[in-house]
Each structure stands twice: as structure tokens, then as C-alpha cells.
Design a protein around this ligand. Structure first.
Ligand SMILES: C[S@@+](CC[C@H](N)C(=O)[O-])C[C@H]1O[C@@H](n2cnc3c(N)ncnc32)[C@H](O)[C@@H]1O
Length: 209
């Protein structure tokens, strides 16, 4: 007799943050193994490194692949935790596409919070972003930590463009750029830096029925 498969309905509540009752410690290896960091890199930039013109054209295209409303739950999280975030860095926000998710974060966070759009391509003197009080910084997170400490970092949809080696370096540099208690926000997970590494503290609101 054929086995009946159990039905599973999943509802994703956009914008909702599910905080873990007890934070879960994650090692770097585990962090590299979670959804966002898994795999060998779909489009490793190094594959394009031989021809600098092709490489930058490729990254420029990836920089347009972003949109407003992509991370509503990040906005909720930033709003909930605004008092502890004096500096926020969006790493790889798609500067060629006007960094729309950074603009949303800027709208949520108080004006006293410094908001940075950190990218390797794009217009680093974008008048719209400057007018909104967003600092633009040209920096590759693979090559080094941020020039100043920040309280929260978003690193979403960037690692897929990196090789495994580049990803590990990026993660080390992100870790060094955060103080203890600082947040690392990826597509579906939010981590907090502790003495011993990172702890998973929140997930995008997902309900299994
Ligand atoms: C697909 S966009 C992601 C945009 C946005 N974070 C989002 O999730 O909608 C990838 C961005 O990562 C940037 N990027 C790639 N390698 C980087 C690096 N080593 N350091 C900083 N940014 C990088 C690209 O230039 C591009 O703007």
C-alpha cells in the first residue's frame, strides 16, 4: 500500500521576527553551513578575476539585483533594537542599484544612528543617499575588517558571489568589525557576537502548521 505523505503548510509571516527563547551557539563552520553561506558559491567572483572588465561588469549587474521590501523582518528587528545600534553597516547593499534596503534601514533607525552602505562598486557619491544621511564606503569585506567598529552588520545575498575561501575571510572580518553583543543579520537568520563566537538569536517569522 502506498504511504500517504503528510501535508505540511508553511506560512512565512513577512516582517515578523521570531526571537529564540534561548540563543543557540553556532560555530563559524556551522555559520558557513547555514542557508546563506552554504555551497561553493553560485557565481564565484574569482572565476571572473582573470578579466578585470568582465569581473566588474558582473559585480555591477549583481549590484542591481535588489529591491525595496526585501527584508521587512530586518526592519522590524532594527526598530526593536534601535537603542543598542549606534552604527549600522549594510555590506554589499547593491550600491549600483541605489542600495534600497539601506534606505529602508535608514528610515527605521534614529537619525543619531550612523548608517553605512559598504560596497566594492557603485556611485560612492550618490547624492540621494548622501541627502538621506547614508555614508558610502568603498571596501571589500573579503580584504579586511571595517575601518571603524559597528554595532550591527547586514550581510545578505553577498556570500553567494564569493568562493568558500573568500566567505571564510569575509566572516572573520565581519566578526572582527563587531563588538561583543553586536549583531550579524543575514537573509533569514540574526546572530549576536559573544565571547566565544556567534549565537543565533532570531529567525524570520515562519510558522509550521
Ligand atoms: C545581489 S547584491 C545584494 C544586495 C542586497 N544586500 C540584498 O540582499 O538585496 C550583492 C552585492 O554584494 C556586493 N559585493 C560583492 N562582493 C563584495 C565584497 N567583497 N565586499 C563588499 N560587497 C561586495 C556587490 O557589489 C553587490 O552590490
Amino acid at each position: 500500500m502506498k504511504k500517504r505523505s503528510r501535508k505540511r503548510i508553511v506560512t512565512v509571516t513577512y516582517g515578523k521576527v521570531s526571537y529564540l527563547d534561548s540563543p543557540k551557539r553556532v560555530t563559524f563552520a556551522e555559520l558557513l553551513g547555514t542557508g546563506e553561506y552554504k555551497g561553493r558559491g553560485h557565481f564565484p567572483i574569482s572565476a571572473f578575476a582573470k578579466r578585470e572588465d568582465r569581473r566588474s561588469a558582473y559585480i555591477r549587474e549583481s549590484g542591481r539585483a535588489t529591491f525595496r521590501g526585501r527584508y521587512p523582518w530586518h526592519n522590524t528587528f532594527l526598530g526593536d533594537n534601535a537603542s543598542g545600534i549606534r552604527t549600522f553597516a549594510d555590506i554589499g547593499p547593491g550600491l549600483p542599484g541605489g542600495a534600497p534596503t539601506t534606505v529602508e534601514a535608514r528610515e527605521i533607525l534614529p537619525q543619531t544612528t550612523k548608517v553605512m552602505a559598504v560596497d566594492i562598486v557603485g556611485n560612492f557619491d550618490n547624492p540621494d543617499l548622501r541627502g538621506r544621511g547614508i555614508k558610502m564606503l568603498k571596501h571589500s569585506i573579503v580584504d579586511g575588517q571595517l575601518p571603524e567598529p559597528v554595532d550591527a552588520i547586514r550581510f545578505a545575498q553577498v556570500s553567494r558571489y564569493l568562493t568558500g575561501y573568500e566567505r571564510r575571510r569575509a566572516l572573520r572580518n565581519i566578526h572582527s568589525s563587531l563588538p561583543e553583543g553586536g549583531f550579524l543579520m543575514s537573509d533569514n537568520h540574526i546572530y549576536q557576537k559573544t565571547k566565544r563566537g556567534f549565537e543565533l538569536i532570531a529567525l524570520q517569522g515562519v510558522h509550521w502548521i
